[in-house]
Design a protein around this ligand. Structure first.
Ligand code: NAD
Ligand code: IPM
Ligand code: MN
Length: 373
């Protein structure tokens, strides 16, 4: 297969982890006979420095034409002055809105070999497998903002259509999993949350095979720590999803481990299941470790696996990356955030070796099956 991928490394460790993920994509292309051409563009603080805007027109135009977009992270202290006229994060939000990627999938699994790194007791982490579906293009992130000398507002607005499309996506995803959907809101206080809850209740009739529950976000933050294995698919609005998924990353052992896929409605290729998507680890530019070559590339590499799965339909290739990462998490080398000493490049190289082994073992297995048959 031929695919055109735009990469947006961005700022800080974004550049370091994206380089590792691209190396893994190139290895996948080599092993499986695909042709992925990667075209790099600017976003975030580096784009502000280069041309004064966080999402240059050329970057957006390239993303619109791409089969998929792989992003690192944006932001950093250099651009964090609260009085700055323009911010790196605006580029990311504008990109998500422009691509219409309203459903942000953030899978959480806890690798047993890392359970001891979590602040929780290991027995609580057994069987944790949660898929967060975060609404990504609405809510307080995108509402009107006002500011005077002594007051500020951020409007939080949701339409029924915005809620319905992301909740339907979550129901459909639950059907492919354990058929449980937890909708998280703050319906005891917020009008947007009451509209959210009403909408989920109405849609539930269309998915009688999925068990639905509603949970208030404050107690959900607690339950995620006390009973994480209880949850299957969790759907929630933009800001709640942002916060809960960083919390969830602590269960996995590090913020550097979690990938994400942001999907819209636009279909691509011959299958209606494939969507143009934006793929990024959930972490930020990690200014405290940027430039040291020690960032964990696993979240970015697993985001590349999600790209292969959701935008290119390459399930076997996605599984191969996930298997390679699982092996490296188990046997090392590990980066500092998960208790090791290895740098970004050493982890990348170990994933490349594990990937090559996985491909060779699968080939040997299938040629054996053919020989027997
Ligand atoms: P952060 O995610 O950058 O870092 C939080 C902590 O996690 C830090 O201690 C960092 O060292 C650690 N960490 C993050 N990624 C890691 C990795 N791959 N390997 C090892 N450790 C890792 O969050 P922050 O410090 O609150 O934000 C820094 C900047 O990043 C801000 O400007 C913020 O707006 C931006 N940000 C961008 C994105 C994005 O582009 N998608 C996401 C979150 C934050
Ligand atoms: C994330 C980040 C972004 C968000 C910021 C950088 C705009 O925290 O992707 O989780 O809040 O969505
Ligand atoms: Mn975040």
């Amino acid at each position: 297969m031929k695919a055109h991928i735009v990469t947006l490394p961005g700022d800080g460790v974004g550049t370091e982890v994206t380089a590792a993920a691209v190396a893994v994509l190139e290895a996948v292309a080599e092993h499986y006979g695909h042709q992925f051409d990667c075209e790099e563009h600017a976003i975030g603080g580096c784009a502000i420095d280069a041309c004064g805007e966080p999402l240059p027109g050329a970057s957006l135009a390239a993303c619109r034409k791409a089969d998929a977009v792989l992003l690192g992270a944006v932001g950093g202290p250099k651009w964090s002055d609260p009085n700055a006229p323009v911010r790196p994060e605006q580029g990311l939000l504008a990109l998500r809105a422009a691509l219409g990627v309203y459903a942000n999938l953030r899978p959480l699994r806890v690798h047993p070999a890392l359970a001891a790194l979590s602040p929780l007791k290991s027995e609580r982490l057994k069987g944790v497998d949660v898929l967060f579906v975060r609404e990504l293009t609405g809510g307080a992130y995108f509402g009107a903002k006002t500011r005077t000398a002594d007051a500020a507002t951020d409007e939080c607005k949701y339409t029924v259509a915005e809620i319905e499309r992301v909740v339907r996506r979550a129901f459909e995803l639950a059907r492919g999993r354990r058929r449980q959907l937890t909708s998280v809101d703050k319906a005891n206080v917020l009008e947007t949350s009451r509209l959210w809850r009403n909408t989920v209740q109405r849609l539930a009739a269309d998915y009688p095979d999925v068990k639905v529950e509603h949970q208030l976000v404050d107690s959900m933050a607690m339950l995620l720590l006390t009973h994480p294995a209880r949850y299957d698919v969790v759907v929630t609005e933009n800001l709640f999803g942002d916060i809960l998924t960083d919390e969830a990353a602590a269960l996995a052992g590090s913020l550097g481990l979690l990938p994400s896929a942001s999907l819209g409605d636009g279909h691509r290729g011959p299958s209606a299941k494939l969507r143009t998507g934006l793929y990024e680890p959930i972490h930020g530019s990690a200014p405290d470790i940027a430039g040291q070559g020690v960032a964990n590339p696993v979240g970015a590499i697993l985001s590349a696996a999600l790209l292969l799965r959701h935008s290119l339909g390459l399930e076997a290739e996605a599984l191969a990356i996930e298997a390679a990462v699982a092996r490296v998490l188990e046997y090392g080398p590990r980066s500092r955030d998960i208790g090791g000493q290895a740098g970004t490049d050493a982890v990348r190289d170990a994933v490349l070796v594990a990937l090559a082994d996985h491909v060779n073992t699968s080939r040997a297995f299938f040629s054996g099956v053919r020989a027997c048959g």
